[in-house]
Design a binder for this molecule. Structure first.
Ligand code: XMP
Length: 515
Protein backbone atom coordinates (compact mmCIF):
# COMPACT_ATOMS: atom_id res chain seq x y z
CA UNK A 1 0.00 0.00 0.00
CA UNK A 2 1.02 3.58 -0.74
CA UNK A 3 -0.48 6.19 1.57
CA UNK A 4 -1.23 9.73 0.50
CA UNK A 5 -1.33 12.49 3.07
CA UNK A 6 -3.82 15.08 1.91
CA UNK A 7 -2.98 18.74 2.41
CA UNK A 8 -6.19 19.96 0.79
CA UNK A 9 -5.26 19.46 -2.85
CA UNK A 10 -7.98 18.97 -5.39
CA UNK A 11 -5.69 16.29 -6.83
CA UNK A 12 -5.18 14.01 -3.81
CA UNK A 13 -7.79 11.56 -5.07
CA UNK A 14 -6.28 11.67 -8.49
CA UNK A 15 -2.89 10.67 -7.07
CA UNK A 16 -4.55 7.65 -5.43
CA UNK A 17 -6.22 6.72 -8.70
CA UNK A 18 -2.96 6.99 -10.61
CA UNK A 19 -1.21 4.74 -8.10
CA UNK A 20 -4.01 2.21 -8.35
CA UNK A 21 -3.70 2.27 -12.12
CA UNK A 22 -0.24 0.78 -11.56
CA UNK A 23 -2.09 -2.03 -9.73
CA UNK A 24 -0.84 -0.98 -6.34
CA UNK A 25 -3.40 -0.22 -3.63
CA UNK A 26 -3.45 3.33 -2.34
CA UNK A 27 -5.43 5.35 0.20
CA UNK A 28 -5.80 9.01 1.10
CA UNK A 29 -5.39 10.04 4.76
CA UNK A 30 -5.50 13.36 6.56
CA UNK A 31 -2.22 15.26 6.82
CA UNK A 32 -2.67 14.99 10.60
CA UNK A 33 -1.92 11.26 10.56
CA UNK A 34 1.02 10.84 12.94
CA UNK A 35 4.31 9.08 12.24
CA UNK A 36 3.31 6.48 14.83
CA UNK A 37 0.01 5.75 13.05
CA UNK A 38 1.83 5.56 9.74
CA UNK A 39 4.36 3.11 11.16
CA UNK A 40 1.50 0.86 12.24
CA UNK A 41 -0.12 1.00 8.82
CA UNK A 42 3.25 -0.04 7.39
CA UNK A 43 3.01 1.46 3.89
CA UNK A 44 5.67 0.82 1.28
CA UNK A 45 5.68 4.50 0.42
CA UNK A 46 4.11 7.85 1.36
CA UNK A 47 3.08 10.71 -0.90
CA UNK A 48 2.49 14.22 0.40
CA UNK A 49 -0.10 15.94 -1.75
CA UNK A 50 -0.20 19.49 -2.99
CA UNK A 51 -2.44 22.03 -1.32
CA UNK A 52 -3.69 25.59 -1.58
CA UNK A 53 -1.47 26.89 1.25
CA UNK A 54 1.93 28.51 1.39
CA UNK A 55 4.23 27.04 4.06
CA UNK A 56 4.34 30.54 5.56
CA UNK A 57 0.55 30.89 5.98
CA UNK A 58 -0.56 31.18 9.60
CA UNK A 59 -2.71 28.11 9.44
CA UNK A 60 -0.67 26.17 6.90
CA UNK A 61 -1.12 22.43 7.49
CA UNK A 62 2.06 20.72 8.69
CA UNK A 63 2.79 17.03 8.97
CA UNK A 64 4.33 15.23 11.92
CA UNK A 65 8.10 16.02 11.53
CA UNK A 66 8.88 12.48 12.69
CA UNK A 67 7.73 11.09 9.34
CA UNK A 68 11.09 11.98 7.77
CA UNK A 69 12.73 9.48 10.12
CA UNK A 70 10.42 6.52 9.41
CA UNK A 71 12.77 5.08 6.79
CA UNK A 72 9.81 4.84 4.37
CA UNK A 73 10.27 6.41 0.89
CA UNK A 74 8.42 9.73 0.64
CA UNK A 75 7.45 11.76 -2.42
CA UNK A 76 6.34 15.35 -1.84
CA UNK A 77 4.24 16.87 -4.62
CA UNK A 78 4.10 20.69 -4.96
CA UNK A 79 3.10 21.90 -1.47
CA UNK A 80 4.27 18.50 -0.18
CA UNK A 81 7.74 19.20 -1.57
CA UNK A 82 7.82 22.70 -0.13
CA UNK A 83 6.88 21.36 3.26
CA UNK A 84 9.62 18.74 3.05
CA UNK A 85 12.18 21.41 2.15
CA UNK A 86 10.91 23.76 4.85
CA UNK A 87 10.97 21.13 7.60
CA UNK A 88 14.35 19.66 6.62
CA UNK A 89 16.28 22.92 6.60
CA UNK A 90 16.07 24.17 3.02
CA UNK A 91 14.47 27.37 1.83
CA UNK A 92 11.15 28.14 0.15
CA UNK A 93 10.41 31.63 -1.12
CA UNK A 94 7.63 33.43 -2.86
CA UNK A 95 8.89 33.33 -6.46
CA UNK A 96 9.02 36.49 -8.58
CA UNK A 97 6.77 34.67 -10.95
CA UNK A 98 4.66 31.67 -10.10
CA UNK A 99 4.47 29.00 -12.76
CA UNK A 100 1.08 27.82 -13.98
CA UNK A 101 0.28 25.40 -16.78
CA UNK A 102 2.55 23.37 -19.00
CA UNK A 103 6.34 23.51 -18.58
CA UNK A 104 9.23 21.63 -20.14
CA UNK A 105 11.18 19.61 -17.61
CA UNK A 106 14.97 19.44 -18.11
CA UNK A 107 16.58 16.50 -16.44
CA UNK A 108 19.81 16.84 -14.47
CA UNK A 109 19.92 13.33 -13.02
CA UNK A 110 18.20 10.63 -15.06
CA UNK A 111 18.44 7.94 -12.36
CA UNK A 112 15.86 6.44 -10.02
CA UNK A 113 12.80 8.77 -9.90
CA UNK A 114 13.32 10.07 -13.43
CA UNK A 115 14.41 6.85 -15.16
CA UNK A 116 12.76 6.72 -18.60
CA UNK A 117 11.32 10.22 -18.21
CA UNK A 118 12.21 12.03 -21.42
CA UNK A 119 14.37 15.16 -21.20
CA UNK A 120 12.18 18.15 -22.11
CA UNK A 121 8.92 16.32 -21.38
CA UNK A 122 5.84 18.37 -20.49
CA UNK A 123 4.89 18.59 -16.84
CA UNK A 124 2.03 20.58 -15.39
CA UNK A 125 2.86 23.29 -12.85
CA UNK A 126 0.69 25.26 -10.49
CA UNK A 127 2.60 27.08 -7.76
CA UNK A 128 3.37 30.50 -6.36
CA UNK A 129 6.18 29.58 -3.93
CA UNK A 130 9.43 27.96 -5.04
CA UNK A 131 12.30 26.05 -3.48
CA UNK A 132 15.35 28.33 -3.50
CA UNK A 133 17.73 26.20 -1.41
CA UNK A 134 17.69 22.42 -1.03
CA UNK A 135 17.99 20.91 2.45
CA UNK A 136 21.32 19.26 3.35
CA UNK A 137 21.75 15.87 1.70
CA UNK A 138 19.49 16.68 -1.27
CA UNK A 139 20.53 16.74 -4.93
CA UNK A 140 18.94 18.30 -7.96
CA UNK A 141 17.09 15.93 -10.31
CA UNK A 142 15.48 18.38 -12.75
CA UNK A 143 14.65 22.04 -13.45
CA UNK A 144 12.40 24.09 -15.71
CA UNK A 145 12.94 27.52 -17.18
CA UNK A 146 11.32 29.31 -14.24
CA UNK A 147 11.85 26.77 -11.49
CA UNK A 148 15.47 25.91 -10.71
CA UNK A 149 14.53 23.13 -8.28
CA UNK A 150 11.70 21.28 -10.04
CA UNK A 151 12.65 17.83 -8.74
CA UNK A 152 15.01 16.98 -5.89
CA UNK A 153 16.08 13.89 -3.95
CA UNK A 154 17.89 12.66 -0.92
CA UNK A 155 18.85 9.31 -2.44
CA UNK A 156 20.09 7.74 0.79
CA UNK A 157 16.97 8.55 2.80
CA UNK A 158 14.72 8.00 -0.23
CA UNK A 159 13.05 11.38 0.12
CA UNK A 160 11.86 12.95 -3.13
CA UNK A 161 10.17 16.20 -4.05
CA UNK A 162 8.62 17.43 -7.29
CA UNK A 163 7.27 20.92 -7.85
CA UNK A 164 5.02 19.83 -10.72
CA UNK A 165 1.95 17.56 -10.65
CA UNK A 166 2.85 14.16 -12.14
CA UNK A 167 -0.72 12.91 -11.51
CA UNK A 168 -2.56 15.16 -13.99
CA UNK A 169 -3.05 14.02 -17.58
CA UNK A 170 -1.26 17.07 -18.98
CA UNK A 171 1.99 15.83 -17.38
CA UNK A 172 3.19 13.57 -20.14
CA UNK A 173 6.10 12.10 -18.18
CA UNK A 174 3.99 11.78 -15.02
CA UNK A 175 3.04 8.15 -15.31
CA UNK A 176 6.66 7.04 -15.83
CA UNK A 177 7.65 8.98 -12.72
CA UNK A 178 4.86 7.46 -10.65
CA UNK A 179 5.80 3.98 -11.83
CA UNK A 180 9.44 4.58 -10.87
CA UNK A 181 8.39 5.67 -7.41
CA UNK A 182 5.97 2.80 -6.90
CA UNK A 183 7.93 -0.10 -8.41
CA UNK A 184 11.61 0.83 -8.09
CA UNK A 185 11.80 3.12 -5.09
CA UNK A 186 9.03 1.63 -2.93
CA UNK A 187 9.44 -1.88 -4.41
CA UNK A 188 5.69 -2.55 -4.63
CA UNK A 189 4.26 -5.51 -6.53
CA UNK A 190 1.31 -5.01 -8.92
CA UNK A 191 -1.22 -7.05 -6.93
CA UNK A 192 -4.25 -4.70 -6.89
CA UNK A 193 -6.30 -6.25 -9.71
CA UNK A 194 -10.01 -6.59 -10.33
CA UNK A 195 -9.94 -10.36 -9.98
CA UNK A 196 -8.06 -10.11 -6.68
CA UNK A 197 -10.56 -7.53 -5.42
CA UNK A 198 -13.60 -9.64 -6.31
CA UNK A 199 -12.17 -12.73 -4.65
CA UNK A 200 -11.25 -10.83 -1.50
CA UNK A 201 -14.58 -8.96 -1.38
CA UNK A 202 -16.57 -12.19 -1.64
CA UNK A 203 -14.50 -13.75 1.13
CA UNK A 204 -15.00 -10.70 3.34
CA UNK A 205 -18.76 -10.52 2.71
CA UNK A 206 -19.16 -14.18 3.63
CA UNK A 207 -17.03 -13.81 6.74
CA UNK A 208 -18.95 -10.76 7.89
CA UNK A 209 -22.49 -11.82 7.10
CA UNK A 210 -22.34 -15.50 7.99
CA UNK A 211 -25.83 -17.02 7.79
CA UNK A 212 -27.62 -13.69 8.26
CA UNK A 213 -30.02 -12.00 5.83
CA UNK A 214 -29.06 -8.86 3.90
CA UNK A 215 -31.27 -6.20 2.36
CA UNK A 216 -30.21 -4.15 -0.64
CA UNK A 217 -31.89 -1.16 -2.29
CA UNK A 218 -31.43 -1.40 -6.03
CA UNK A 219 -31.56 1.78 -8.12
CA UNK A 220 -30.41 0.46 -11.48
CA UNK A 221 -27.21 2.50 -11.53
CA UNK A 222 -23.79 0.93 -11.85
CA UNK A 223 -23.00 1.07 -8.12
CA UNK A 224 -26.08 -0.63 -6.76
CA UNK A 225 -26.14 -3.12 -9.65
CA UNK A 226 -22.50 -4.10 -9.13
CA UNK A 227 -23.17 -4.33 -5.43
CA UNK A 228 -26.16 -6.61 -6.03
CA UNK A 229 -24.10 -8.85 -8.29
CA UNK A 230 -21.23 -9.11 -5.86
CA UNK A 231 -23.49 -9.75 -2.88
CA UNK A 232 -25.50 -12.35 -4.75
CA UNK A 233 -22.32 -14.11 -5.80
CA UNK A 234 -21.19 -14.13 -2.20
CA UNK A 235 -24.35 -15.10 -0.31
CA UNK A 236 -27.01 -16.08 -2.88
CA UNK A 237 -30.53 -16.27 -1.46
CA UNK A 238 -29.58 -14.65 1.83
CA UNK A 239 -29.76 -11.42 -0.18
CA UNK A 240 -33.03 -9.59 -0.85
CA UNK A 241 -32.91 -6.82 -3.46
CA UNK A 242 -35.63 -4.22 -3.25
CA UNK A 243 -36.44 -1.84 -6.05
CA UNK A 244 -38.60 1.07 -4.95
CA UNK A 245 -40.25 2.67 -7.95
CA UNK A 246 -40.76 6.32 -7.01
CA UNK A 247 -42.29 7.01 -10.39
CA UNK A 248 -39.47 9.35 -11.36
CA UNK A 249 -37.46 7.05 -13.59
CA UNK A 250 -37.14 7.40 -17.33
CA UNK A 251 -39.62 5.78 -19.65
CA UNK A 252 -39.37 1.97 -19.73
CA UNK A 253 -36.42 1.89 -17.31
CA UNK A 254 -38.12 0.20 -14.34
CA UNK A 255 -39.44 -2.55 -16.63
CA UNK A 256 -36.04 -3.08 -18.23
CA UNK A 257 -34.23 -3.21 -14.94
CA UNK A 258 -36.60 -5.81 -13.53
CA UNK A 259 -36.44 -7.91 -16.66
CA UNK A 260 -32.67 -7.78 -16.74
CA UNK A 261 -32.26 -8.87 -13.14
CA UNK A 262 -34.95 -11.52 -13.19
CA UNK A 263 -34.53 -13.07 -16.60
CA UNK A 264 -30.90 -12.53 -17.44
CA UNK A 265 -29.09 -12.50 -14.11
CA UNK A 266 -31.57 -14.67 -12.18
CA UNK A 267 -31.32 -12.40 -9.18
CA UNK A 268 -34.74 -12.02 -7.56
CA UNK A 269 -35.88 -8.44 -7.06
CA UNK A 270 -38.74 -7.27 -4.86
CA UNK A 271 -40.61 -4.59 -6.82
CA UNK A 272 -42.41 -1.89 -4.82
CA UNK A 273 -44.75 0.41 -6.69
CA UNK A 274 -44.66 3.61 -4.65
CA UNK A 275 -45.55 6.01 -7.45
CA UNK A 276 -48.68 7.43 -5.84
CA UNK A 277 -47.02 7.88 -2.52
CA UNK A 278 -44.23 10.03 -3.95
CA UNK A 279 -46.53 12.03 -6.18
CA UNK A 280 -48.80 12.78 -3.23
CA UNK A 281 -45.84 13.86 -1.13
CA UNK A 282 -44.89 16.39 -3.80
CA UNK A 283 -48.33 17.90 -4.25
CA UNK A 284 -48.11 21.68 -4.32
CA UNK A 285 -44.33 21.67 -3.70
CA UNK A 286 -42.30 23.94 -5.97
CA UNK A 287 -39.11 24.67 -4.03
CA UNK A 288 -36.23 22.47 -5.30
CA UNK A 289 -34.67 21.79 -1.90
CA UNK A 290 -38.06 20.99 -0.39
CA UNK A 291 -38.68 18.53 -3.23
CA UNK A 292 -35.40 16.80 -2.57
CA UNK A 293 -36.07 16.73 1.15
CA UNK A 294 -39.52 15.18 0.74
CA UNK A 295 -38.35 12.59 -1.75
CA UNK A 296 -35.51 11.61 0.58
CA UNK A 297 -37.89 11.40 3.51
CA UNK A 298 -40.49 9.32 1.66
CA UNK A 299 -37.79 7.01 0.42
CA UNK A 300 -36.60 6.23 3.91
CA UNK A 301 -40.14 5.65 5.16
CA UNK A 302 -41.04 3.41 2.24
CA UNK A 303 -37.80 1.51 2.64
CA UNK A 304 -38.42 0.92 6.32
CA UNK A 305 -41.96 -0.27 5.75
CA UNK A 306 -40.89 -2.60 2.97
CA UNK A 307 -38.08 -4.09 5.02
CA UNK A 308 -40.45 -4.71 7.92
CA UNK A 309 -42.90 -6.39 5.58
CA UNK A 310 -40.20 -8.69 4.21
CA UNK A 311 -39.11 -9.98 7.59
CA UNK A 312 -36.01 -9.56 9.67
CA UNK A 313 -32.72 -8.38 8.19
CA UNK A 314 -29.49 -7.92 10.10
CA UNK A 315 -27.56 -6.19 7.39
CA UNK A 316 -28.04 -3.50 4.82
CA UNK A 317 -25.74 -3.58 1.77
CA UNK A 318 -24.72 -0.08 0.70
CA UNK A 319 -22.89 1.07 -2.40
CA UNK A 320 -20.64 3.54 -0.59
CA UNK A 321 -17.60 4.39 -2.72
CA UNK A 322 -14.13 5.50 -1.73
CA UNK A 323 -14.59 9.21 -2.50
CA UNK A 324 -17.43 9.24 0.09
CA UNK A 325 -15.10 7.72 2.63
CA UNK A 326 -12.05 9.96 2.25
CA UNK A 327 -11.85 12.24 5.21
CA UNK A 328 -11.48 15.53 3.51
CA UNK A 329 -13.56 17.52 5.97
CA UNK A 330 -10.69 18.62 8.18
CA UNK A 331 -8.60 19.87 5.28
CA UNK A 332 -11.34 22.17 4.06
CA UNK A 333 -9.88 25.01 6.05
CA UNK A 334 -9.13 28.48 4.76
CA UNK A 335 -5.32 28.75 5.10
CA UNK A 336 -5.45 32.46 5.93
CA UNK A 337 -8.17 32.50 8.58
CA UNK A 338 -8.28 28.90 9.77
CA UNK A 339 -12.04 28.85 9.19
CA UNK A 340 -13.79 25.79 7.92
CA UNK A 341 -15.24 26.14 4.45
CA UNK A 342 -18.17 24.05 3.31
CA UNK A 343 -20.61 25.19 0.70
CA UNK A 344 -23.77 23.26 0.01
CA UNK A 345 -25.09 23.76 -3.48
CA UNK A 346 -27.70 20.99 -3.63
CA UNK A 347 -28.66 18.27 -1.19
CA UNK A 348 -28.13 14.92 -2.79
CA UNK A 349 -30.46 12.12 -2.06
CA UNK A 350 -29.22 8.71 -3.04
CA UNK A 351 -30.09 5.16 -2.32
CA UNK A 352 -26.74 5.18 -0.53
CA UNK A 353 -27.85 8.08 1.62
CA UNK A 354 -29.93 6.17 4.13
CA UNK A 355 -29.60 7.47 7.68
CA UNK A 356 -27.20 5.76 10.04
CA UNK A 357 -29.88 5.11 12.66
CA UNK A 358 -31.72 2.57 10.55
CA UNK A 359 -31.60 -0.54 12.64
CA UNK A 360 -29.30 -2.42 10.28
CA UNK A 361 -25.61 -3.12 10.40
CA UNK A 362 -23.86 -2.12 7.18
CA UNK A 363 -21.99 -4.13 4.58
CA UNK A 364 -20.15 -1.83 2.18
CA UNK A 365 -18.00 -3.97 -0.10
CA UNK A 366 -17.32 -1.15 -2.58
CA UNK A 367 -15.98 1.32 -0.04
CA UNK A 368 -12.41 0.93 -1.24
CA UNK A 369 -13.24 1.61 -4.88
CA UNK A 370 -13.24 4.60 -7.18
CA UNK A 371 -16.02 4.83 -9.75
CA UNK A 372 -13.85 3.59 -12.62
CA UNK A 373 -12.86 0.60 -10.48
CA UNK A 374 -16.53 -0.17 -9.79
CA UNK A 375 -17.09 -0.25 -13.54
CA UNK A 376 -14.21 -2.69 -13.98
CA UNK A 377 -15.56 -4.93 -11.24
CA UNK A 378 -19.08 -4.74 -12.68
CA UNK A 379 -17.77 -5.75 -16.06
CA UNK A 380 -15.66 -8.58 -14.67
CA UNK A 381 -18.63 -10.18 -12.93
CA UNK A 382 -20.80 -9.98 -16.04
CA UNK A 383 -22.76 -6.75 -15.78
CA UNK A 384 -23.78 -5.62 -19.30
CA UNK A 385 -22.24 -2.51 -20.85
CA UNK A 386 -25.58 -0.70 -20.84
CA UNK A 387 -25.39 -0.57 -17.05
CA UNK A 388 -21.62 -0.30 -16.70
CA UNK A 389 -21.39 2.72 -19.00
CA UNK A 390 -24.68 4.35 -18.09
CA UNK A 391 -24.84 8.13 -17.75
CA UNK A 392 -25.34 9.42 -14.21
CA UNK A 393 -28.97 9.79 -13.18
CA UNK A 394 -29.93 11.75 -10.07
CA UNK A 395 -31.57 9.95 -7.14
CA UNK A 396 -34.72 12.17 -7.24
CA UNK A 397 -34.93 11.46 -10.96
CA UNK A 398 -37.34 13.30 -13.22
CA UNK A 399 -38.88 15.09 -10.23
CA UNK A 400 -35.99 17.57 -10.31
CA UNK A 401 -36.21 17.91 -14.08
CA UNK A 402 -39.75 19.25 -13.85
CA UNK A 403 -39.46 22.76 -12.52
CA UNK A 404 -42.29 23.82 -10.28
CA UNK A 405 -44.91 21.33 -9.19
CA UNK A 406 -44.54 17.70 -10.24
CA UNK A 407 -47.78 16.28 -11.61
CA UNK A 408 -48.66 13.03 -13.35
CA UNK A 409 -49.38 14.93 -16.57
CA UNK A 410 -46.01 16.71 -16.53
CA UNK A 411 -44.20 13.45 -15.74
CA UNK A 412 -45.78 11.82 -18.78
CA UNK A 413 -44.82 14.71 -21.04
CA UNK A 414 -41.24 14.76 -19.77
CA UNK A 415 -40.87 10.98 -20.07
CA UNK A 416 -41.94 11.05 -23.70
CA UNK A 417 -39.68 13.98 -24.56
CA UNK A 418 -36.76 12.43 -22.70
CA UNK A 419 -37.16 9.15 -24.55
CA UNK A 420 -36.91 10.97 -27.88
CA UNK A 421 -33.69 12.68 -26.79
CA UNK A 422 -32.15 9.35 -25.85
CA UNK A 423 -33.37 7.60 -29.00
CA UNK A 424 -31.96 10.25 -31.33
CA UNK A 425 -28.62 10.33 -29.48
CA UNK A 426 -28.30 6.52 -29.30
CA UNK A 427 -29.32 5.95 -32.90
CA UNK A 428 -26.41 8.08 -34.06
CA UNK A 429 -23.94 6.32 -31.79
CA UNK A 430 -23.36 9.52 -29.80
CA UNK A 431 -24.19 8.20 -26.32
CA UNK A 432 -20.58 7.91 -25.19
CA UNK A 433 -19.62 11.33 -26.55
CA UNK A 434 -21.55 13.01 -23.76
CA UNK A 435 -21.62 12.96 -19.98
CA UNK A 436 -25.39 13.34 -19.81
CA UNK A 437 -28.21 13.96 -22.30
CA UNK A 438 -31.68 14.78 -21.05
CA UNK A 439 -34.81 16.90 -21.20
CA UNK A 440 -36.14 19.39 -18.65
CA UNK A 441 -39.73 20.63 -18.49
CA UNK A 442 -40.44 24.25 -17.60
CA UNK A 443 -43.71 25.11 -15.82
CA UNK A 444 -44.56 27.97 -18.16
CA UNK A 445 -46.39 28.12 -21.46
CA UNK A 446 -45.67 29.94 -24.67
CA UNK A 447 -47.58 30.53 -27.88
CA UNK A 448 -46.99 28.56 -31.05
CA UNK A 449 -48.76 27.66 -34.24
CA UNK A 450 -49.41 24.17 -35.59
CA UNK A 451 -51.57 23.46 -38.65
CA UNK A 452 -53.10 26.95 -38.58
CA UNK A 453 -54.05 26.47 -34.96
CA UNK A 454 -52.74 28.56 -32.12
CA UNK A 455 -51.01 26.46 -29.45
CA UNK A 456 -50.23 27.38 -25.90
CA UNK A 457 -48.00 24.76 -24.32
CA UNK A 458 -44.87 23.90 -22.32
CA UNK A 459 -41.30 24.35 -23.54
CA UNK A 460 -38.75 21.55 -23.20
CA UNK A 461 -35.13 22.39 -22.46
CA UNK A 462 -32.46 20.11 -23.89
CA UNK A 463 -29.47 19.66 -21.61
CA UNK A 464 -26.53 17.85 -23.20
CA UNK A 465 -23.15 18.26 -21.52
CA UNK A 466 -19.59 17.03 -21.63
CA UNK A 467 -17.69 16.56 -18.38
CA UNK A 468 -14.88 14.58 -16.75
CA UNK A 469 -16.39 14.14 -13.33
CA UNK A 470 -19.60 16.18 -13.06
CA UNK A 471 -17.82 18.87 -11.00
CA UNK A 472 -17.38 21.08 -14.04
CA UNK A 473 -19.16 20.68 -17.35
CA UNK A 474 -19.59 22.31 -20.72
CA UNK A 475 -22.62 22.35 -22.99
CA UNK A 476 -22.03 19.95 -25.86
CA UNK A 477 -21.55 21.27 -29.38
CA UNK A 478 -24.17 18.87 -30.70
CA UNK A 479 -24.46 18.92 -34.51
CA UNK A 480 -27.37 21.10 -35.69
CA UNK A 481 -29.03 18.26 -37.55
CA UNK A 482 -29.22 16.21 -34.35
CA UNK A 483 -30.75 19.15 -32.48
CA UNK A 484 -33.15 19.65 -35.35
CA UNK A 485 -34.24 16.01 -35.35
CA UNK A 486 -34.81 16.05 -31.59
CA UNK A 487 -36.74 19.30 -31.70
CA UNK A 488 -38.94 18.20 -34.60
CA UNK A 489 -39.83 14.92 -33.05
CA UNK A 490 -40.59 16.36 -29.62
CA UNK A 491 -42.86 19.10 -30.93
CA UNK A 492 -44.62 16.72 -33.31
CA UNK A 493 -44.92 13.66 -31.11
CA UNK A 494 -45.28 14.95 -27.55
CA UNK A 495 -48.64 16.45 -26.84
CA UNK A 496 -48.38 19.46 -24.55
CA UNK A 497 -45.04 20.73 -25.89
CA UNK A 498 -44.73 23.36 -28.63
CA UNK A 499 -41.14 24.61 -28.24
CA UNK A 500 -37.66 23.16 -27.66
CA UNK A 501 -34.70 25.23 -26.47
CA UNK A 502 -31.06 24.27 -25.98
CA UNK A 503 -29.24 25.15 -22.76
CA UNK A 504 -25.86 26.72 -23.60
CA UNK A 505 -24.64 27.29 -20.05
CA UNK A 506 -21.46 25.70 -18.71
CA UNK A 507 -20.96 24.58 -15.10
CA UNK A 508 -20.04 26.77 -13.34
CA UNK A 509 -21.96 29.08 -13.36
CA UNK A 510 -24.88 26.78 -14.21
CA UNK A 511 -25.30 23.35 -12.67
CA UNK A 512 -25.95 20.30 -14.82
CA UNK A 513 -29.43 19.69 -13.45
CA UNK A 514 -31.90 22.57 -13.31
CA UNK A 515 -32.83 22.01 -9.68
P1 XMP B 1 -25.30 19.31 -10.67
O1 XMP B 1 -26.71 19.54 -11.07
O2 XMP B 1 -25.04 19.61 -9.22
O3 XMP B 1 -25.06 17.75 -10.83
O4 XMP B 1 -24.32 20.00 -11.59
C1 XMP B 1 -23.81 17.14 -10.85
C2 XMP B 1 -24.01 15.67 -11.12
O5 XMP B 1 -24.71 15.07 -10.04
C3 XMP B 1 -25.93 14.52 -10.48
N1 XMP B 1 -26.93 14.77 -9.43
C4 XMP B 1 -27.29 13.86 -8.53
N2 XMP B 1 -26.91 12.59 -8.39
N3 XMP B 1 -28.36 12.36 -6.54
C5 XMP B 1 -27.45 11.85 -7.40
O6 XMP B 1 -27.09 10.67 -7.28
C6 XMP B 1 -28.80 13.64 -6.63
O7 XMP B 1 -29.62 14.09 -5.85
C7 XMP B 1 -28.23 14.43 -7.69
N4 XMP B 1 -28.40 15.71 -8.08
C8 XMP B 1 -27.59 15.90 -9.16
C9 XMP B 1 -26.24 15.21 -11.78
O8 XMP B 1 -27.09 14.43 -12.61
C10 XMP B 1 -24.87 15.42 -12.36
O9 XMP B 1 -24.38 14.24 -12.96
Amino acid sequence: IILILDFGSQYSELIARRIRETQVYSEVLSYRTTAEQLRELDPKGIILSGGPSSVYDNYAPHCDPEIWNLGIPILGVCYGMQLMVNQLGGEVLKADRGEYGKSSLYIDDPTDLLTNVEDGTTMWMSHGDSVTKMPPGFELLAHTENTPCAAIADHTKKLYGVQFHPEVVHSLGGLALIRNFVYHICECEPTWTTAAFVEEAIREIRAKVGEKRVLLALSGGVDSSTLAFLMYKAIGEQLTCVFIDQGFMRKLEPERLLKLFKEQFHIPVEYVNARDRFLNALEGVTDPEEKRRRIGHEFIREFEETSRRLGHFDYLAQGTLYPDVIESADTNVDPQTGERVAVKIKSHHNVGGLPKDLRFKLVEPLRKLFKDEVRKVGRSIGLPEEIVQRHPFPGPGLAIRILGEVTAERLNILRDADLIVRQEINQRGLYHDYWQTFAVLLPIKSVGVMGDQRTYAYPIVLRIVTSEDGMTADWARVPYDVLEAISNRIVNEVKGVNRVVYDITSKPPGTIEWE
